[in-house]
Design a protein around this ligand. Sequence first.
Ligand code: URA
Length: 253
Amino acid sequence: MNSRRELFLEEMGLTPLWRLKSRETGAEEDAAEIAIQPGIAAAAPTLPAPRQTDAGANDRAEHIARMDWAELRPAVSGCSACGLRKTCTQTVFGVGDEQADWLLVGEAPGAEEDERGEPFVGQAGKLLDSMLAGIGLKRGEDVYIANVLKCRPPGNRNPEHREVELCSPFLVRQVELLRPKLILAMGRFACQALLSTDASIASLRGRLHRFQGVPLVVTYHPAYLLRTLPDKAKAWEDLCFARRTMADLAAQG
Ligand code: URA
């Protein structure tokens, strides 16, 4: 096991490692893994569609759906649809490898992200980088990170439904342009928004869902894990599940 993984496991409170004697190769996920039966959730939800009566919103969503990366970035930074742009410092578009197999989706920029224009750069971001290292991934390499909302809600309040509705065409387009193999939705808000549900993370974990046809795994938000240490072990199970799912997808071609 390399030292980045060791650091991650320590940070997750998962050391010392417990390994099954029957396994010869050192699969770090033995540390805390509990078998989770993958199953594809029946529904293939999408972010909330603009109300059918709102012809302007539909036109806007259709326009965004035709954009390439070069058009999408300025469209996000110039967006004034929901009003959050008036109170944030800058938009936070997303960061990473545009050919990435992995897409990580969080909620919305916080104070540090708002200042730096990059998702997950605060304390939660440091834990996220550690979590990525734990499954052999690195920010920017085969990973793209984005949020449901591109603007920081004032005082980090919860996003409102209308803000999600108006911002969602940008994330939908990002998913279409990226075509990731797997989405990891982090935190209650992102999971509920992407899966159009009000179900708890606890009830959504351990199953494979889909967003825009892309397999999706849910897990806890890194900021929540910083406050709730016992759930770090569950997040580790989720990451191991995601990693196994990715391996299965790769084997399928
Ligand atoms: N929390 C999120 O959900 N996203 C960020 O970019 C930062 C904190």
